[in-house]
Design a protein around this ligand. Structure first.
Ligand SMILES: NC(=O)C1=CN([C@@H]2O[C@H](COP(=O)(O)OP(=O)(O)OC[C@H]3O[C@@H](n4cnc5c(N)ncnc54)[C@H](OP(=O)(O)O)[C@@H]3O)[C@@H](O)[C@H]2O)C=CC1
Ligand SMILES: CC[C@](O)(C(C)=O)C(=O)O
Ligand SMILES: [Mg+2]
Ligand SMILES: [Mg+2]
Length: 335
């Protein structure tokens, strides 16, 4: 079994007293900054003027431009959108790096695919929470945590590994478990997970199930409850106790249907498609395509986003959720 690091195994002092710049204050940024601050670390925020800047100030942080924050800090965590990191790094961070600084990421994308080429005299590592940033904060406040991966790409000071574990502890992840990986493994598995299973696979499955029922003449509201709303309740049981725990709670009829039907839907062809998806990730095809899509103004990204926001499952879902105040989003969109 892989070695999993918990709170008792971590020497946290290596980052205490050092200035940590969190560059970006979005999903991950606000969570890392607030968890680290609550754990006694010295945090400043690097941003451009705008929405996040105002929120970070309201949250009580010292906010500087990215260049000023990079200059002031010894540890620079880059929590900008992946597709923007290369340009911001080259223009604002690289000129302000000093020997012995630590350059940190929550995803290996830019280093692994060569968009960012750090100088040899800085530590480079990643601490990648295995969950959405808003849950990194919410679980921390509730006394829990989201697990994380860490990896050292470059150890200029001889302390990069210790710093990575200290950072993972600072954001709370050692409460849940922290695993050592490489930039390659983190990048490729994270992209695969979000595309094939967690986001792409799940949204496609939910929409296909909903459409199948509605096209067969069933009420869209019934199809919404069946294919989207209840998914959370089923996944919660898996999260708490694995497939076995979920199957303990469902009826034997459902469990038999699970056994004999799951593989009729997620077939050998689906697994072959997953292998293709993984190949495109590994050979850089996906990364190249995404950077090109972004640089050309995101025509496909925007069109698909707009169409999906108007999909019948979203329209029906908005109406039904309006009647369930207890499922109102805890994540405020745009924050
Ligand atoms: N989202 C997640 O849960 C996860 C993300 N990651 C990784 O974390 C990193 C950050 O992603 P995520 O938290 O989703 O990012 P978000 O899109 O949520 O936040 C990006 C932040 O960067 C700021 N920003 C954007 N452009 C600039 C700029 N040019 N100069 C200064 N600040 C800028 C935004 O501020 P403004 O308001 O001004 O736009 C915002 O505060 C990525 O590497 C991602 O892969 C890893 C694990 C999970
Ligand atoms: C699943 C998507 C993710 O990888 C994450 C929240 O872990 C991301 O990039 O946002
Ligand atoms: Mg992820
Ligand atoms: Mg990801």
């Amino acid at each position: 079994m892989a070695k999993v690091y918990y709170q008792d195994a971590v020497q946290t002092n290596v980052l205490k007293g050092k200035t940590i710049a969190i560059v970006g204050y979005g999903s991950q940024g606000h969570a890392h900054a607030q968890n680290l601050r609550d754990n006694g670390f010295d945090v400043i925020i690097g941003l451009r003027q705008g929405r996040s800047w105002n929120i970070a100030v309201q949250d009580g942080f010292e906010v500087k431009t990215v260049a000023e924050a990079a200059k002031a800090a010894e540890v620079i965590m880059i929590l900008l959108p992946d597709e923007l990191q290369g340009d911001v790094y080259n223009q604002e961070i690289a000129p302000n790096l000093e020997a012995g600084n630590a350059l940190v990421f929550a995803h290996g994308f830019n280093v692994h695919f060569g968009e960012i080429k750090p100088p040899a005299d800085v530590d480079v590592f990643l601490v990648a929470p295995k969950g959405p940033g808003h849950l990194v904060r919410r679980t921390f406040v509730e006394g829990g945590a989201v697990p994380a991966l860490f990896a050292v790409y470059q150890d200029a000071t001889g302390t990069a590994r210790e710093k990575a574990l200290s950072y993972a502890d600072g954001i709370g992840s050692t409460r849940a478990g922290v695993l050592e990986t490489t930039f390659k493994e983190e990048t490729e598995t994270d992209l695969f997970g979000e595309q094939a299973v967690l986001c792409g696979g799940t949204t496609a499955l939910v929409k296909a199930g909903f459409e199948t029922l509605v096209e067969a003449g069933y009420q869209p509201e019934v199809a919404y409850f069946e294919c989207l709303h209840e998914l959370k309740l089923i996944v919660d049981l898996m999260y708490e106790g694995g497939l076995e725990n979920m199957r303990y709670s469902i009826s034997d009829t459902a469990q038999w249907g699970d056994f004999v039907t799951g593989h009729r839907v997620v077939t050998d062809a689906t697994k072959a498609a997953m292998k293709d998806v993984l190949k495109d990730i590994q050979d850089g095809t996906f990364a190249k395509g995404w950077i090109e899509e972004h640089k050309s103004g995101r025509p496909n990204f925007n069109a698909i986003n707009e169409a999906d926001n108007k999909h019948q499952i979203e329209v029906v879902g908005r109406e039904l959720r309006a009647m369930m105040p207890f499922v109102k989003p805890k994540v405020k969109m745009g924050v």
